[in-house]
Design a protein around this ligand. Structure first.
Ligand code: KG4
Ligand code: ZN
Length: 339
C-alpha cells in the first residue's frame, strides 16, 4: 500500500511517500528560514511560504519515490493541531488532489503522527510501550497498550518542553530555534552549577509544567553583569537542561514501571536532545527497558509519520470526506481511541 503524507501544521512544508506504513520511499522537508529574524514562527508568513512551496515539495516527494499520483492508495494530511493558516494550505491541497484523482483522503492528528514515528525505523517496535511526545508545541506522555489504543497519562499545563528550550535559549542569545544550540552549549557547562526548580507537581501526577523554570532562569540571568553572563552561560544552559531532563526522565520511567512495559519511546523535536537520550540510555541497561527514538529527521516535523498514520487508518477502512476542516487545537483524545 502506498500513501502520500502531507504536513504543513507549522513552519515545515513536508511530503513523503510511505509503503506499507513502515518503508519510507521519500521524505522531503522544507524548513522555513524566514522566521529566524523574528525569534519565533510568524503565522501569516508561514502560510504564505507553504503556498509557495507545497507544489514543488509534493512533486519532489513523488519523484524521489518514483511514483505517480495514480499509484497512490490514499492521501494523508495533517488537519490539526497547528496554525490554522498553515494547516489549511496542506489540507486544501490534499483535498484537491484526492478529489481530482479520486483517492481516499485521510485526515491525521499531528500528535498521532509523532506517536507513530518510531515505527518507521524500528521494525521490532510494537505495543505495549510508553511514549513521550516532546516538541516545540507539545509535551504529552502516552501509554500505548495495543495498536490504536492509547491512554493519555499526562501533558503540559503551560509551556511545551521545546518552547522552554527555545525561550531560555533565546534569552541566552542563541537565536531561534534554540533547542539544538542549547544542547550543544550545555556540553561545555556543569549541570550541577545552578539548582533550577524541578516541577514534579502533585505526587503521582504525569503532568508537566515548564513556565516556572523559564522564569527562574530569566530572573537569574537578569541579575548577572555582562561579564558574568559570558562566563556562566554554558553552566546556565547545562543546569536548565538538567532540570528539564530530570523531570522528563522521572515521569517516563515511572510510567514504564507502573504500566509494566519493557519499551519506552521518545518522539518530537526535543527527542533529539543528547542529554535526555544519554540519561535514558543509562537507565535502559539498569532497568532492562528498551529505549526507542527516531533519527533526527523523523523527530522533528515530517510527513512520513503522517503517511504512516494514513496507512494505519486506511487498513481499517477509515477515510474522511471533503468536508474535513482544519482544527487548530485538536486534542489527541478527540481523534484516536483512548483506553
Ligand atoms: O517536533 P518539532 O519539529 O515541532 C513541533 O511540532 O513543535 O520540534 C521542534 C522543537 C523546537 O522547540 C526545538 O528547539 C526543539 O524541538 N529541539 C530541541 C533539540 N532539537 C530540537 N530541543 C532540545 N534539544 C535538542 N537537541
Ligand atoms: Zn510536531
Amino acid at each position: 500500500m502506498l500513501v502520500l503524507g502531507i504536513e504543513t501544521s507549522c513552519d515545515e512544508t513536508a511530503a513523503s511517500v510511505v509503503e506499507d506504513g513502515r518503508k519510507i520511499l521519500s521524505n522531503v522537508i522544507l524548513s522555513q528560514d524566514i522566521h529566524a529574524v523574528y525569534g519565533g514562527v510568524v503565522p501569516e508568513l508561514a502560510s504564505r511560504e507553504h503556498i509557495k512551496t507545497i507544489i514543488p515539495v509534493v512533486e519532489q516527494a513523488l519523484k524521489e519515490a518514483r511514483c505517480q499520483v495514480e499509484d497512490l492508495n490514499g492521501i494523508a494530511v495533517t488537519y490539526g493541531p497547528g496554525l490554522v493558516g498553515s494547516l489549511l494550505i496542506g489540507l486544501c491541497f490534499a483535498k484537491g488532489m484526492a478529489y481530482s484523482y479520486n483517492k481516499p483522503l485521510i485526515g491525521v492528528n499531528h500528535l498521532e503522527g509523532h506517536l507513530l514515528s518510531n515505527y518507521l525505523e524500528h521494525p521490532d517496535f510494537s505495543p505495549p510501550y510508553v511514549c513521550l511526545i516532546i516538541s516545540g508545541g507539545h509535551t504529552l506522555l502516552v501509554y500505548v497498550k495495543e495498536e490504536g489504543k492509547y491512554q493519555l497519562l499526562g501533558q503540559t499545563r503551560d509551556d511545551a518542553s521545546g518552547e522552554a528550550f527555545d525561550k531560555v535559549g533565546n534569552l541566552l542569545g542563541l537565536g531561534y530555534p534554540a533547542g539544538p544550540k542549547l544542547d550543544e552549549l550545555a556540553k561545555q557547562g556543569n549541570p550541577e552549577a545552578i539548582k533550577f526548580p524541578r516541577a514534579y507537581l502533585e505526587k503521582d501526577s504525569y503532568d508537566f509544567s515548564f513556565s516556572g523554570i523559564k522564569t527562574s532562569v530569566a530572573l537569574f540571568w537578569e541579575k548577572l553583569s555582562e561579564d558574568q553572563k559570558r562566563g556562566r552561560v554554558a553552566d546556565i544552559a547545562a543546569s536548565f537542561q538538567e532540570a528539564v531532563v530530570d523531570v522528563l526522565v522521572d515521569k517516563l520511567l515511572r510510567a514504564a514501571s507502573e504500566r509494566k512495559v519493557k519499551k519506552m519511546a521518545l518522539a518530537g523535536g526535543v527527542a533529539c536532545n543528547s542529554r535526555l537520550r544519554k540519561r535514558l540510555k543509562q537507565n535502559e541497561d539498569q532497568l532492562d527497558i528498551d529505549l526507542y527514538y527516531p533519527s533526527s529527521a523523523l523527530c522533528t516535523d515530517n510527513a512520513a509519520m503522517i503517511a504512516a498514520v494514513g496507512e494505519f487508518r486506511l487498513k481499517r477502512g477509515q477515510a474522511d470526506d471533503l468536508s474535513l476542516n482544519a482544527v487548530p487545537y485538536l486534542k489527541l483524545e478527540s481523534t484516536i481511541e483512548l483506553t
